[in-house]
Unconditional design. Structure first.
Lengths: 263, 439
């Protein structure tokens, strides 16, 4: 059986800069894998390569099928992508926005059918958005908007979900809400999730596996308890942290080095 | 929400997946609402498709009301949320749909267009009433054997002079407005108008060359539209090739910049030709200002195919234009081939605009203001903007032309003066009073 996502020796070059070099990685069906790494490590670029949104050297396979050989429409039925800063036109209603997620299932010149409306309704019910149906996007809070964007991705009914920093704009409680919901969704709908994440503690608690990128290279991968160590984080993030392990969970805390002044 | 007074049946409290209210399940007990409500197979399938787990009585009643309404084939007459329900007040379940053109706005737009047509046909040196126009039309088509109330002269004025002029104004107005809406959607730029990629400059150069160098004795009336049309297409093709080769992945701003460069270059050539041949300045100037003074049925048949095909293709793209409003990357991840969609839309909008420009000259303002007016008044969705722009653009230009030929009668004002003079204050008021964002 083929993996949900597979990158074989993928490199991305923009101008003279090499953004990703020779990345080889797999994501199995039903897995939640988080891509971590410092700013500029190539996390977003890796996601975009999986979604077929940029040109790259090497091979990317989605459900065993090469991205390069697929049409945009075939790809959109396999992969739903939630960008870090999605465009949410303020005047669209929630229903209209979620219905746009059905695009890969609607003929190019056609409009939505009953099936599409029901799929959108289902995605909205799943994300507790039924009361917001007729609200315009401009009137929603950050957390509500995040759920609406997720609902659009869910309405796409693709087996693979790519999320770029899904919680970066949310407060602590809303971050947990969103990630719990995501975990629930992927179990119910048997989704494969690949997400770029900044917060290492959250990544460690929710993801099955981590991919650590640094300078465009895949420098470590494996279970959170293996990847998240004080040495690894110090080496690649240039950060001073304390890693706390508790009941199998891993917490990464930033730690200030107190300078003592001697008179 | 106050909980409905339920008899205590089971004591099992569940949360409704649709409205998130808590309710008490009475499953399996006599009088259980699940059994009492009795729903059709299709509605049950709908509920299963939407809800995870049990649905509360309120929501279920909402579905029941919806089903009743559907069964009575009377979806418009029955308020889905307040139908008679046995167990609880139904929770309002707004329908998941995209706002298109509501019946009211469709009627308003069609009514205004019909009014504009009658007004455009009726006004002029010989005033003809709407009733006479309709009767004369019916007599021409031999319907109901109505006798035309018009004299032979008035009949000729109406059908050989005014009618082609009004029809041409409608076609050009609709085309410019719909092309403007397509350009604004494709470039996600509120300033985009149909002349964005150099159509105006190209057509201007083509027309100038035709006027300056046409061989003596050639039919300038036939040559001019063709030259303008060709010039417009050359300009946009040049802009597109330049924008693609220089821009690649850089997106739409490179294309717009390429359009500006091509337009400047062509304007330079046009100015040079005019300097060499100052005797043609007047006719070039009057062509550029635009108008329908020379309209006849021949020019109507000349442009109809272009405008019909172009508008139809843009109309078919109305949902794609909504997807494009999410940006290139997200539209691509939703399965749209953004580059191809943009190429097709720019191509058909340009061909239609070039045909319109060829027969009417450069008429500003319509292409930019009409789509924005619809956006502000009706809906930001292209499902409303595209079809309503066609109707409103047609009506607007008929009225502008009627004003252009009557204000200083028998002299004619350039129509561009009228569209801007009356359109600008109207749009200023709209912009001031509307709370919606421009884009």
């Amino acid at each position: 059986m083929s993996s949900a996502l597979e990158a074989r020796d993928v490199s991305v070059t923009v101008g003279a800069a090499r953004i990703l070099s020779h990345v080889t990685a797999k994501v199995e069906r039903g897995e939640w894998v988080a891509v971590i790494g410092p700013n500029g490590a190539g996390k977003t670029t890796l996601l975009r390569a999986f979604a077929g949104l940029l040109t790259f050297a090497g091979q990317v396979l989605v459900e065993g099928r090469a991205v390069q050989g697929s049409t945009r429409r075939q790809l959109a039925r396999q992969i739903a992508m939630v960008p870090q800063q999605p465009q949410t036109p303020g005047q669209l209603t929630v229903a209209e926005y979620v219905l746009l997620g059905r695009t890969p299932h609607i003929g190019y010149f056609a409009t939505e059918t009953r099936t599409d409306r029901l799929a959108a309704e289902r995605a909205m019910a799943r994300l507790r958005l039924r009361q917001f149906t007729d609200r315009i996007l401009g009137s929603l809070s950050g957390g509500e908007l995040q759920r609406v964007v997720l609902a659009r991705a869910l309405a796409q009914e693709a087996p693979v979900l790519l999320l770029d920093e899904p919680t970066s704009a949310l407060d602590l409680g809303r971050q947990q809400d969103a990630l719990e919901l995501l975990d629930e969704l992927r179990r119910d709908s048997e989704l494969t999730v690949l997400s770029a994440m900044h917060d290492l503690s959250l990544a460690g608690q929710y993801a099955d596996r981590l991919l650590l990128l640094d300078g465009g290279r895949l420098v470590a991968q494996g279970k959170p308890s293996v990847v998240l160590s004080e040495d690894v984080i110090a080496a690649h993030y240039d950060a001073r942290v304390r890693v706390i392990r508790e009941n199998g969970a891993v917490f990464v805390l930033p730690r200030r080095e107190v300078k003592r002044w001697v008179h | 929400m106050a909980r409905p007074a339920l008899q205590r049946y089971s004591g099992i409290i569940k949360t409704c997946p649709l409205c998130e209210e808590q309710f008490e399940c009475a499953q399996g007990h006599p009088g259980c609402w699940c059994e009492a409500v009795g729903l059709g197979r299709r509605t049950l399938a709908d509920i299963r498709a939407v809800a995870y787990g049990c649905v509360c009585p309120a929501c279920l009643s909402g579905f029941a009301a919806r089903e009743r309404a559907r069964r009575d084939n009377d979806l418009n007459g029955v308020d889905e949320n307040t139908g008679p329900v046995t167990w609880a007040k139904a929770v309002p379940h707004a329908a998941v749909r995209s706002r298109g053109v509501s019946a009211v706005w469709a009627l308003v737009a069609l009514g205004s267009l019909a009014g504009a047509l009658l007004l455009g046909l009726g006004t002029g040196a010989a005033s003809i009433g709407p009733a006479s126009i309709v009767a004369s039309l019916l007599s021409h088509f031999q319907v109901f054997h109505v006798a035309s109330p018009l004299s032979t002269v008035n009949d000729a004025i109406l059908w050989q002079i005014r009618a082609p002029r009004v029809v041409l104004a409608a076609l050009v107005g609709g085309m410019l407005a719909v092309a403007g809406s397509a350009y604004q959607g494709v470039f996600r730029n509120p300033l985009a108008d149909p002349y964005l990629l150099g159509v105006a400059a190209g057509a201007g150069l083509g027309a100038t060359l035709a006027i300056a160098y046409a061989a003596a004795g050639s039919d300038i009336g036939l040559l001019l539209p063709l030259a303008a049309f060709a010039g417009a297409l050359v300009a946009v093709a040049g802009a597109y090739v330049l924008g693609r080769s220089a821009g690649g992945v850089r997106g739409t701003s490179t294309l717009i910049l390429a359009g500006v460069i091509v337009a400047l270059f062509m304007t330079a050539i046009q100015t040079f030709v005019q300097q060499q041949r100052s005797d043609i300045l007047r006719s070039v100037y009057s062509w550029i200002l635009g108008g329908f003074g020379t309209a006849d049925w021949h020019s109507v048949t000349l442009v109809v195919p272009y405008i019909a095909v172009s508008s139809a293709i843009i109309l078919l793209h109305r949902r794609v234009l909504d997807v494009l409003s999410l940006g290139d990357e997200e539209a691509a991840s939703l399965g749209i081939d953004v580059r191809r969609a943009r190429l097709v839309l720019v191509l058909v909008a340009t061909a239609g605009t070039a045909a319109a420009v060829a027969v009417s000259g450069l008429i500003g303002f319509v292409g930019i203001i009409i789509p924005h007016t619809i956006r502000l008044l009706v809906s930001p969705s292209y499902r409303a903007i595209v079809p309503l722009s066609i109707l409103a653009g047609a009506g607007f230009l008929i009225l502008a032309d009627a004003l252009a030929r009557t204000i200083l009668s028998p002299a004619e004002l350039p129509i561009g003066v009228v569209t801007a003079f009356f359109g600008a204050p109207f749009f200023a008021i709209l912009l001031r009073t509307s709370r919606r964002m421009v884009m």
